[in-house]
Ligand binder design. Structure first.
Ligand SMILES: Nc1ncnc2c1ncn2[C@@H]1O[C@H](COP(=O)(O)OP(=O)(O)OP(=O)(O)O)[C@@H](O)[C@H]1O
Ligand SMILES: [Mg+2]
Length: 242
């Protein structure tokens, strides 16, 4: 079974941070299982003061106009409202596009223009303006799927891509020793569904409230009636084996 060593994980996170600081690496792709910390990293790592962050989560129904910009009525006047794509481009912001593999065809086409390198990226908006990405503009794509699941034209526009296999050292540092052991065991033992960071912090909050919740109650509350008892049993076994 594949195991990520601590060093390999720290190296990945460190490299991602250095890559995010490079202005010539515009489009970064992050893949990894749900709740491993991709979006959190995209919003917080290597952020520069004053650089605006735009975040969108795509679904099959996301209209491209919402992302590009659209006309709307402002009092009696028709006004053009930029969307997160055009706004991030014009202000040199950081645009985070979550669940990018869900992009419908129209949004994919818009992304071809937006993810173009700074020399060639142009977007003509419905109000007639043609905008270009301003210095600082960066796009971070996140998805549970691998890069190869994206259309080739998008793959080709990705400047650096990372597979996140374990939580960021800062997230691990927020865990109590007990929760960290549970986290690590859930990643090493096959069979039980791996915990997400959301699961871990949920369980940690419940367990810190020890007057009210024992391990069994905490598991039941955090993981529900089906998974809860199984998780409880797995944790009891794990802790007894130590
Ligand atoms: N570096 C971190 N420090 C502290 N908490 C973190 C960190 N990374 C992630 N978390 C916690 O874990 C939760 C899940 O992280 P995040 O939303 O980034 O996961 P994700 O990989 O984007 O998941 P999904 O694939 O479901 O979108 C966050 O809401 C946050 O509470
Ligand atoms: Mg996410």
């Amino acid at each position: 079974m594949m195991r990520t060593t601590v060093n390999e994980n720290e190296r990945t996170w460190d490299l991602l941070e250095r890559v995010l600081r490079k202005p010539y690496l515009q489009t970064i792709f992050l893949t990894g299982e749900p709740g491993i910390g991709k979006s959190y990293a995209a919003y917080t790592l290597a952020t520069e003061p004053g650089v605006a962050i735009y975040a969108v989560t795509l679904t099959e129904d996301t209209p491209s106009a919402e992302l590009r910009g659209f006309f709307h009525l402002k009092g009696q006047e028709v006004d053009f409202q930029l969307g997160p794509f055009s706004e991030a481009m014009t202000c040199g912001g950081r645009l985070v596009i979550n669940e990018v593999s869900h992009a419908p065809p129209e949004v994919q086409s818009l992304m071809y223009a937006v993810l173009e390198s700074p020399e060639t990226a142009r977007l003509t908006l419905p109000d007639g303006r043609t905008i270009r990405p301003q210095p600082g503009f960066k796009v971070i794509l996140t998805d549970n799927e691998a890069l190869t699941m994206l259309p080739e034209a998008i793959q080709d526009r990705v400047d650096a891509h990372f597979e996140i296999k374990d939580a960021h050292p800062n997230a691990l540092a927020l865990m109590t020793p007990r929760i960290r052991r549970i986290w690590q065991t859930s990643r090493e033992v096959s069979g039980t569904k791996r915990l997400s960071l959301r699961d871990c912090f949920r369980l940690q909050n419940l367990l810190q409230d020890e007057d009210d919740f024992g391990l069994d109650d905490a598991c039941y509350a955090a993981f529900g009636p089906k998974r809860g008892p199984k998780m409880h049993e797995a944790i009891v076994l794990m802790e007894a084996a130590r």
